[in-house]
Structure formats: structure tokens, C-alpha cells
Design a protein around this ligand. Structure first.
Ligand SMILES: [Zn+2]
Ligand SMILES: [Zn+2]
Length: 479
């Protein structure tokens, strides 16, 4: 009924360096980048998805196609989705529920690359210069993660090519000529990285599209990172132009280190490496990305793609997240139980999923207004009738009904007055035994909590596996 009304074509100038106009179809934009299903037809869906998009781009949330929104949609950008839609084929692996913020990682840290089709407007950039730009763009990531990139002539893990229009990876992934979509890439273990041949590519200048900058962004995808809503991060979807003093944003560094750990240099010795979230290995040696007390009083502990159901006698069952919490993503950041309704809330990136027992509430996932958050949520806790969220060394109280931060954020240090606690941790749980547990890597801390301040009990940290899984894991089985 409303189908006609939604097909809005707005002519806009897509680049300041060209005079051509390209029709913008906002509905196509919203579907292509994951804000809306292609089948969505109602004006309500459109308004909701515009709000989602406005939240992602930190522009006023009006729910209508105002000038700022149109302007944002028309900017030169990456062709990969901002949110991987479950129903459309995307340049990122189509059936990977982990793709909201982080994709899968490469199993090897020593990757090879090649260029199988150069940009051939060689008046401007020689092949040698293109190869050099790509090499520099790989080093952006290798500086912070223990990765190496070696050029080879054939059979490379990562294949770079400049292509035009429809180039055999699906009609939806066709390039659109000068402006708007500049490039796209596929998650591991695919490794394809494509640039739109028709762009005016240039090096170390703003007088065109800067190749090194776009390559560094696309390599982030090829290494497993999705788009970030963090302003000024490299993995934000919109092309930000050439920056002579280019440096990775903390958000990008956080992402790549989640996937591959930290590069160890002789100078940094104090901090332990971050565990890659999909670390294989024995469950006994696991870490918990998120923990939540279920409506059924079992503990649900999340790890990468898995969820462990844990009872008083230990591990009851291990399953894939999407089989237990259908519609939930992998690699969850934080989880908590609604203090009144006992609904389980899962947080990942800037989105939340709400489950009634094990059924996803149909109005979820929703976006959080993360602009009020001091850091990315890393852990969440239901304590009595309150929800506290932790991240980046801060904690903040959260209004579960209004979805917003209450009070000013405090430093975690003041919430848990113990110098034995790590300032950042993976997950936190107020358990039915009345104690609060903090999980970090493969160990955990137990705290007595008088409601104002937590104190770590002696004998902790202890290993997670034996205490929580019991049974097959060797070690101390008391919590
Ligand atoms: Zn991108
Ligand atoms: Zn392509």
C-alpha cells in the first residue's frame, strides 16, 4: 500500500570534485546498509530504520529524511553494511551472526596478499606506488596486533583488485561509478578486497579519493572488523578524507586486539594480552564474555559463539548461542537480567536484544543511545533493583525502562575498592548465593558486597573452569 510512497529518489551531488548528480534512493540505502529489511514496506518501519541510521551516525534522531540525513547518505563511503542484515546478501559473509561488530578472525597471523588488478589510471599513481600504499595500510594494523603481511604473486590470503560496476560478487555488490560507494571487502576467510575502479584515486592528497586511507579501512574488514559507530574511528563507514597525521583510533585498536591480541613489544611488558574472543581450546580454560542469571535461575555464560548453561552441580549443557537465544549475535559484550521482569538483555556494540524466557522480543534488537555512555559496555550487573554497566574503567547506573544512563558515571575503582581487581573485566554477576563475581580472562574474583562497596575475598582470583563447570575440569570446585 505504501510501497510507492517509500520510493523516494533525491538527486544530490555526490562529490565536490564532480558535477554529476546521482539519484539517491534512501530506502535502498537503508536496506543495503542493514537498517531495514528489503521487504519492509510500512512508514513505521521506515521511520524506525531512519532513527537507527541517525543513531549510528550521531546526527539528530528525527525519524524523517531531513537534510542532514540525506547529506550523510550521499557521502563517499564503504559499500559494506553498517549492520549485517540477516535477509540480504552482503559483501560480508551473509550468514554470519557475529558480523554486527566483529567478524571471524583468521586462524593464522601470518597473512599473504597480492594485487590482481591495479588501478590503471597510471598517470596519477604507478603500480609501484599502489603496492607501497597497500603495504603501508597493512602496517596500520600490524602496528597494534601480532600480524604480518607478506606480498606474494599468487595464492594469497588477501586479494586486492580494482573493479567496475557488476564484478561477479552479486548484483547488490555492484559498484556505482564515481562517488558514494568507494570499496568493499569480505570477512575472513574470504580475503577479497575490491575498490571501485571509476573513483578518482590519489595518494597523500585530498584532491581525489585517497587510496591508502580507504585501503586501511577495507583491510580492517578483511581482518574481521565490521563498521563502527564511533566517530573518527577508521572503521566508521564514511570516508573521512586524507589525514597527514593518520593514526588508528582507540576503538579500532580495541577491535583488532579483541580478534588477534596485542603486539608484544619490548617496551610494553605490564599488560597481559587480550584473549581473542573465539579462542579455541578446552572449555575448562575458558573466559566468559558475558554472564547472566536466567529466568530459570541457571547461569548462562557466553563465550564467542557458545553459551554454557550452568547449575549448582556445574556445567549442564554447552550450545551455540543462536540455538538457545534465537536471534542473538555471537561475541556478546554484556548481559543482565531485568530486575523486575526477569527478561534477559544481551548487549553488543550499540545494540540490545531482549528475551522473554528464550524468545526474542519482536521489537528487538534496538539501538542504545551510546552517546551517553562513557565507554563501550563490557559487562553488566543486576544488583538488587538496579542495573549497572561497566566499561573502560567506569561504571554507570542504567535505567532499564527508559534505556538511558542515570546519574553521572563513576570510576569502577570507587565501586569496588580493591587494588587486586583489574580495572576492566569481561563480565560480572550478582549470583543467587548473594556474592558478586567478576570474570577476567580465565579466572574470577569473588566479592562480598554490602550494597555500596565490594571487597575481594581472600584466595581469589581462582580458575573459572573447575569452579563453575566442575566435573571434567581439574582444580578447586568451590565457588
Ligand atoms: Zn567499511
Ligand atoms: Zn566486490
Amino acid at each position: 500500500m505504501a510501497a510507492q510512497a517509500l520510493d523516494i529518489h533525491i538527486p544530490v551531488r555526490t562529490r565536490r570534485t564532480s558535477n554529476e548528480s546521482k539519484p539517491l534512493n534512501p530506502q535502498d540505502f537503508l536496506a543495503k546498509y542493514g537498517y531495514m529489511r528489503r521487504s519492509s514496506r510500512s512508514p513505521e518501519d521506515l521511520a524506525e530504520s531512519i532513527k537507527l541510521m541517525q543513531t549510528f551516525y550521531h546526527i539528530p534522531i528525527t525519524g524523517v529524511l531531513d537534510n542532514k540525513t540525506i547529506e550523510m547518505m550521499s557521502k563517499p563511503r564503504c559499500g559494506c553494511p553498517d549492520i549485517d542484515p540477516p535477509t540480504t546478501r552482503s559483501p560480508l559473509l551473509p550468514d554470519n551472526p557475529a558480523a554486527y561488530t566483529l567478524g571471524p578472525a583468521w586462524k593464522t597471523k601470518h597473512l599473504t596478499w597480492t594485487i590482481n588488478r591495479y588501478y590503471f589510471n597510471t598517470r596519477k599513481i604507478t603500480e609501484r606506488d599502489q603496492k607501497d600504499a597497500m603495504d603501508r595500510a597493512f602496517k596500520v594494523w600490524a602496528k597494534y596486533a601480532p600480524l604480518s603481511f607478506t606480498y606474494v604473486d599468487r595464492d594469497a590470503d588477501l586479494t586486492i583488485g580494482f573493479h567496475q560496476g557488476d564484478h561477479n560478487d552479486g548484483y547488490d555488490n555492484r559498484f556505482d561509478g564515481p562517488g558514494n560507494v568507494l570499496a568493499h571487502a569480505f570477512y575472513p576467510p574470504d580475503g577479497r578486497i575490491h575498490f571501485d575502479l571509476t573513483e578518482d584515486w590519489i595518494l597523500s592528497s585530498d584532491d581525489g579519493i585517497e587510496m591508502f586511507t580507504v585501503a586501511a579501512h577495507e583491510f580492517g574488514h578483511a581482518l574481521g572488523l565490521g563498521h563502527s559507530s564511533t566517530e573518527y574511528s577508521l572503521m566508521a563507514p564514511v570516508y573521512a578524507g586524507f589525514d597527514e597525521k593518520f593514526e588508528l583510533h582507540a576503538d579500532d585498536i580495541y577491535g583488532i586486539q579483541l580478534l588477534y591480541g596485542r603486539r608484544q613489544t619490548s617496551r610494553t611488558t605490564a599488560s597481559p594480552p587480550i584473549n581473542p574472543t573465539n579462542k579455541p581450546g578446552k572449555a575448562c580454560d575458558t573466559n566468559f564474555d558475558a554472564t547472566v542469571r536466567g529466568h530459570d535461575e541457571y547461569l548462562y555464560a557466553f563465550h564467542g559463539k557458545k553459551v554454557y548453561k550452568i547449575g549448582d552441580t556445574g556445567l549442564v549443557r554447552e550450545d551455540s548461542i543462536d540455538r538457545v537465544f534465537r536471534g542473538a549475535p555471537y561475541n556478546i559484550d554484556a548481559a543482565f537480567r531485568h530486575p523486575r521482569t526477569r527478561q534477559v538483555v544481551l548487549l553488543k556494540g550499540a545494540r540490545m536484544w531482549l528475551f522473554n524466557r528464550f524468545t526474542l522480543d519482536p521489537s528487538y534488537p534496538k539501538y542504545l543511545d551510546v552517546s551517553n555512555f562513557p565507554a563501550r559496555p563490557a559487562a553488566a550487573l543486576t544488583f538488587k533493583d538496579k542495573v549497572e554497566i561497566f566499561g573502560g574503567g567506569y561504571y554507570w547506573e542504567w535505567d532499564v525502562d527508559q534505556h538511558k544512563v542515570m546519574h553521572r558515571p563513576g570510576l569502577t575503582y570507587y565501586r569496588y575498592t580493591s587494588n587486586r581487581l583489574p580495572s576492566e573485566f569481561d563480565s560480572i554477576l550478582h549470583w543467587k548465593d548473594g556474592y558478586t563475581y567478576i570474570f577476567k580472562d580465565n579466572s574470577y574474583y569473588k566479592m562480598q558486597d554490602d550494597g555500596r562497596r565490594g571487597v575481594v575475598m581472600s584466595g581469589y582470583p581462582k580458575a573459572i573452569g573447575p569452579a563453575w563447570f566442575k566435573g571434567d575440569c581439574e582444580g578447586d570446585t568451590t565457588l
